[in-house]
Design a protein around this ligand. Structure first.
Ligand code: NAD
Ligand code: UGA
Length: 371
């Protein structure tokens, strides 16, 4: 056997084997990229598409399988190859929660529940992606009665192990996603309490960056999340739409800060064992109206020749998303647990994160449209 081949076999036997289910999505594609860069991991990726990882599939440390995770036989075969699995596959676009709620519940509870059971059976560590939406409606829905002092509202933080999780009535189908994610968190927690599973749950707070969602009618259909909605409007010189006036806030988190946190969780199994972590940037809390204004001013500054002339308009949520839409009004993470146990803290400010996102969309869609 030649020495190169020997070295390669040696390397493969010492590498950690990480399964990434949903590896071709926004988070998955950035995570695969980062883990392959480090050359210490063998990645076993699964997804129904390879659209966002086409540039990575030839890497010898990446095995990609085009499968649906509801194929339990194939999923089990892949899980047997892994030390740790990262469960990302889901329908996670708010426009779907009240329009195809049964598929949303299936995709965020039934299918990943089967994956969790397989991990318990096979003794595979799971890092499962839940959502900050499990906190539900937040200020107006949960705590307003207690918040008589406006100072309190300014200090309002959502904490993994103490905040209430409160959702709207059943006819407000917006909450199908959050309810499905919450129930699966409860299942995973119960497995952990009975010593049947080693897990970590991540609650992401509005990660943003390149490769998020799609531009409707070009590489996808329907309504994407707010970043791609605003980019579509900028690229096509259309008005940016604020749902119900855009008064609610989000804490926007650069995908690069988020990936740093995920890598820490992968590499610190003892510190992250059976923990739930908020991963978000509390310093980047803005209303959607402020977000729209920042998008427009950065776009005009970066691309003056594109002559963007449209304005910001407000649209009722029932018109934009349809019946059964409700919203969280304020979402700011308490990240002290991630800081204490993982030594993680986000560093990327909103302007830098938005600038990078805008440039990536203009490059990607500009080239595609030109071709
Ligand atoms: P995404 O839609 O970009 O990626 C999801 C991926 O899962 C897609 O590539 C899709 O093809 C794949 N997938 C869906 N169903 C599948 C199935 N049955 N079999 C195989 N593959 C399937 O979403 P994302 O933003 O990367 O989010 C990933 C996870 O993180 C989701 O579970 C989501 O709920 C959670 N999350 C993300 C954010 C965020 O800020 N992006 C926030 C909160 C929660
Ligand atoms: C998102 C999605 O549920 C998930 O991707 C994820 O679980 C989670 O939250 C997250 O990213 O942390 P949400 O933040 O409501 O939910 O989704 P966005 O599409 O990013 O919308 C953010 C806000 O912008 C909402 O208030 C929405 O009504 C508003 N919006 C959206 C607009 O004002 N205009 C638009 O064109 C689109």
């Amino acid at each position: 056997m030649n020495s190169n081949k020997q070295k390669r076999i040696q390397k493969i036997t010492t590498m950690k084997k990480i399964g990434i289910f949903g590896c071709s999505g926004f988070i998955g594609s950035h995570l695969v990229e980062r883990l392959l860069d480090s050359t210490r991991y063998k990645i076993i990726g699964a997804d129904i598409t390879q659209d966002k990882i086409g540039h990575l599939v030839k890497n010898p440390d990446f095995e990609f399988y085009k499968i649906n995770i509801n194929d339990l036989k194939k999923s089990k075969e892949l899980l047997k190859k892994c030390d740790t699995v990262i469960s990302l596959a889901a329908l996670c676009n708010p426009a779907l929660y009240n329009t195809i709620p049964l598929e949303v519940i299936d995709s965020n509870f039934t299918q990943p529940h089967a994956l969790v059971s397989l991990c318990a059976e096979l003794g595979v560590r799971i890092i499962h992606f839940s959502t900050c939406e499990v906190y539900g409606k937040t200020i107006r829905g949960v705590a307003l009665k207690k918040l008589t002092d406006p100072e309190d509202e300014a200090n309002y933080l959502l904490s993994e192990d103490s905040s209430q999780l409160i959702m709207g009535p059943i006819n407000a189908q917006r909450w199908t996603y959050a309810a499905a994610k919450q129930l699966l968190e409860r299942v995973i927690y119960a497995y952990g309490e009975q010593d049947l599973l080693e897990y970590t749950i991540i609650r992401p707070f509005n990660f943003i960056g390149s490769r998020m969602d799609f531009i409707p009618g070009f590489d996808g259909n329907g309504i994407p999340r707010v970043i791609a909605c605003f980019m579509e409007s900028l690229l096509l010189n259309k008005p940016l739409k604020l749902v119900d006036g855009g008064k609610n806030t989000r804490s926007f988190t650069s995908i690069h800060d988020a990936i740093d946190a995920i890598v820490k969780i992968i590499e610190l199994p003892e510190q992250s064992k059976n923990q739930i972590f908020n991963i978000g940037n509390p310093n980047n809390e803005f209303t959607i109206q402020e977000l729209a204004e920042m998008f427009i001013s950065l776009y005009k500054e970066l691309y003056p020749d594109r002559n963007y002339t449209s304005k910001i308009i407000s649209v009722p949520s029932a018109e934009f998303y349809g019946k059964g839409y409700e919203d969280s009004d304020k979402r700011v993470p308490d990240i002290s647990k991630a800081q204490r146990l993982l030594g993680w803290y986000p560093n990327i400010n909103i302007m830098d994160a938005l600038k990078e996102t805008i440039v990536s969309y203009v490059d990607y869609y500009g080239k595609k449209w030109a071709a």
